[in-house]
Ligand binder design. Structure first.
Ligand SMILES: NC(=O)c1ccc[n+]([C@@H]2O[C@H](COP(=O)([O-])OP(=O)(O)OC[C@H]3O[C@@H](n4cnc5c(N)ncnc54)[C@H](OP(=O)(O)O)[C@@H]3O)[C@@H](O)[C@H]2O)c1
Length: 282
């Protein structure tokens, strides 16, 4: 266990997850240093070295997260999500620092018909997923002490996400088509942040899946959101193949979170409560 006054560098600390993580870490007494664009660029080795040197542990939330954009801006996505993560590992190895890196369900193809466990074979079906997988691999090859936490379907106040996008669409469209063949677990970044704080205290060196408990389709998630907000909209279920998008999406994003549940020795809360709380605060 480390004391809560540990100094933590959060790379990408102004993004959707990073913002909530910085806030919750501060509440818990951690000494937080936030690094993000434009002052800090993870692809700049010198700046990366300074960020690693500024803290005892490094949490990497920095990422190129535009899934469709990564199909055309593949080189940039690779530099941020893969090459820079490998360099982070090399620098952390030299400085003997522990790194907590954030990854994604998009490293899987979503074709499995059961929830994914950490040892399932990755097989990304889009460029974003390929760069995120390469980041995991390069971090592993660096030999630094590290932990990877894979997330899915996250939402928070500091970023664009399915919840905010669909509410915005309902303001202009009376009928909304939402896919019912993509299944996962809506997960609040505040819940992720609390789990990361626990990991910061244990500093495990392994890969973990984390998501709120329970599974739902995007269509069912939309139904829940509009029901809770009493928004009258005509929701129509459709298939992923009905939409044209640059990047393919995995249909099955379900995670088996037994491994992290055992490590933290606590139940994971169902997805409904945090989402309801988020909607109340909107
Ligand atoms: N959102 C999801 O559903 C989801 C699901 C699974 C996993 N994840 C993972 O969760 C992590 C956090 O993502 P998020 O959802 O919080 O997305 P986000 O809001 O886009 O956060 C990423 C942050 O990284 C910053 N960034 C981008 N390029 C950078 C660079 N070259 N140097 C330094 N910082 C840079 C971004 O800045 P700008 O905004 O200025 O570009 C942003 O502040 C990522 O690893 C992502 O892959 C997200």
């Amino acid at each position: 266990m480390v004391a809560n006054d540990t100094r933590i560098a959060i790379l990408g600390g102004k993004g959707m997850l990073g913002t909530d993580l910085a806030g919750i870490c501060k509440q818990q007494g951690f000494d937080v240093k936030v690094f993000d664009l434009p002052e800090f660029d993870i692809t700049n080795s010198q700046q990366l070295k300074q960020a690693v040197g500024a803290a005892e542990v490094i949490v990497n939330c920095a990422a190129y997260t535009n899934v469709d954009g990564a199909e055309s801006e593949t080189d940039l996505a690779y530099l941020v999500n893969a090459a820079a993560v490998g360099r982070l590992g090399d620098i952390a190895k030299d400085a003997d620092k522990w790194v907590l890196h954030i990854s994604t369900d998009f490293i899987f193809d979503g074709r499995l018909n059961t929830p994914y466990v950490e040892t399932d074979a990755p097989n990304p079906i889009n460029e974003y997923g390929k760069t995120k997988l390469a980041g995991e691999q390069l971090l592993g090859e660096s030999g630094c002490r590290h932990c990877i936490i894979r997330l899915e379907w996250t939402y928070g106040f500091a970023g664009n996400n399915f919840v905010t996008k669909i509410i915005r669409r309902a303001k202009t469209d009376k009928t909304l088509k939402v896919v019912d063949d993509q299944v996962g677990s809506p997960t609040a970044t505040t819940e992720v942040a609390k789990v990361i704080c626990r990991l910061l205290q244990k500093k495990p060196e392994s890969i973990y899946h984390f998501a709120s408990a329970g599974y739902v389709s995007r269509y069912q998630m939309a139904e829940f959101i509009f029901d809770k907000l009493s928004i009258d909209v005509n929701l129509v279920p459709c298939k992923t193949s009905d939409f044209v998008s640059d990047a393919a999406r995995p249909l099955n994003s379900r995670f088996d979170c037994s491994k992290i549940k055992n490590l933290l020795d606590e139940q994971i809360k169902p997805w409904q409560d945090p989402l309801e709380r988020f909607l109340r605060q909107l």
